[in-house]
Design a protein around this ligand. Structure first.
Ligand SMILES: Cc1cc2nc3c(=O)[nH]c(=O)nc-3n(C[C@H](O)[C@H](O)[C@H](O)COP(=O)(O)O)c2cc1C
Length: 298
């Protein structure tokens, strides 16, 4: 299949930040390359400068998922280019690099640097970040998202996928602005803001970052509704995710309007979840006679 100009062997891809391909390569060796669980690999968010991330605790388990306040720790653009990119380029699937900046200038530099690397098939823009000048969450505001795309679109010919946040009044309005200003695709949903109280200390919050992002099954119904709403507003392809644990869940997201499906939190329980979900989806599609149904090679 083709997603925004990227040739893919299947429709199941990892959600950014939930599968560490370099650690998995160390743990599983050649077996990972031979049976890579996803049809493309999406990197964790890379920022211009290194980030330490949030203080611990960083995770809280829910009845139906997880709240994380990891805070996007990463080694920064230069170290990613010199240390991680050569390893990720060895994966047997196309590479999508996820980037984030707090000004259009920062994102421009990231897009320009990654945009000229042949190892990278596409860029995903994580817009869940406040603009340091206006204080507005870039991805929560159609005007901010449009301005960001105006600044970065000309910096690369590679596909730009805008990752929408569910923490806003209208993800569909932001998706429409992204499309009008040159996005090749949109991805959704990112995590939904949540909080947990400390189980022992009255009035204290558990997570070091105060609040965090809810992911996993709790998000599934929200993802379905938002993908459907965005599908009704834009023509660009949609990379849908949120709480996918099975082929049935993936099929539901595709039926709601997604073209590609991301698996995130489920990979923490089972690193090969992507392969299992792809196989389940292929069986569902073969049994229902969906045209072009193929078993993903993973
Ligand atoms: C531990 C963790 C780390 C994440 N890191 C990132 C990240 O670096 N960049 C990003 O755009 N999304 C990040 N996400 C959001 C996921 O890519 C995805 O949008 C979200 O978790 C919903 O999918 P899921 O319910 O299948 O996990 C992260 C999610 C989790 C749980």
């Amino acid at each position: 299949m083709n997603f925004a100009g990227i040739e893919l062997a299947g429709r199941i891809v990892n959600a950014s930040g939930t599968f560490d391909a370099i650690a998995a390569q160390k743990a599983f060796g050649d077996a990972l390359r031979e049976r890579f669980p996803f049809a493309a690999f999406v990197s964790k968010t890379v920022t211009l400068a290194p980030r330490e991330g949030n203080p611990p605790p960083r995770l809280w388990e829910l009845g139906a998922g997880l709240i994380n306040s990891i805070g996007l720790p990463n080694k920064g653009m230069e170290a990613f280019l010199s240390e991680d990119l050569p390893r990720l380029a060895e994966l047997p699937v196309p590479l999508i690099v996820n980037v984030m900046g707090s000004t259009a200038g920062e994102v421009e530099r990231l897009v320009a640097a990654f945009g000229e690397r042949d190892e990278i098939a596409a860029l995903e823009l994580n817009v869940s970040c406040p603009n340091v000048r206006t204080g507005l969450l870039i991805g929560a505001d159609p005007g901010e998202t449009a301005a960001l795309l105006d600044a970065v679109r000309s910096r690369t010919a590679k596909p730009l996928i805008v990752k929408l946040t569910p923490n806003c009044a209208s993800p569909a309005a932001v998706a429409a602005a992204a499309e009008q200003h040159g996005a090749d695709a949109v991805s959704l949903v990112n995590t939904l803001r949540g909080m947990a109280m400390h189980p022992q200390r009255p009035r204290e919050r558990w997570l070091g970052g105060g609040t965090g992002g809810v992911s996993g099954p709790a998000l599934r119904a929200i993802a379905l509704a938002q993908v459907r709403e965005v599908r009704e507003r834009v023509r660009v392809p949609i990379f849908g995710m949120g709480g996918v644990q099975s082929g049935r869940h993936a099929r539901d997201l595709l039926d709601a309007g997604a073209d590609l499906v991301g698996v995130g939190t489920e990979s923490f329980r089972d690193p090969m979840a992507g392969a299992r979900i792809a196989a389940e989806l292929a069986r569902i599609d073969a049994n229902s006679g969906v045209a072009g149904a193929t078993v993903q090679s993973a």
